[in-house]
Design a protein. Sequence first.
Length: 157
Amino acid sequence: MNDIDLKHLRRCVDLAKAALDAGDEPFGSILVSGEGEVLFEDHNHVAGGDLTQHPEFAIARWAANNMTADERAAATVYTSGEHCPMCSAAHGWVGLGCIVYASSTSQLTSWLGELGVTPSRVRALPIESVVEGIAVDGPVPELAEEVRQLHRSFHSR
């Protein structure tokens, strides 16, 4: 984890805050090329009822339509929270490279349990349980605590 990774993760947390401000679950993600260029960014859009509108899934779709296989493999996805199984699978199917996250699936599961949130019907799995041989890095304790507070704010509404 270096200063560039932390800068990109900070942007993801900012996008998660934007999602929260828009009344949505606080998740944000960006796609960065192998050359370091931010190519795509998004935040959650599940408040309308389509629970597949995760930013990581949108990144996978965008990458499949706009990048070569080699460009996808060299890219990095940064995200405020570790991918869910749906997003992990999409990431794997389109052949994106490394995933760097601020907070982990196990952290989120614990936080939601503490808040009394009913568990999802979809099993919470780490990325490596869904995609073989994927490079991942995270969590980052100081950013994870910020993400925790965003989830606390969302679920206390």
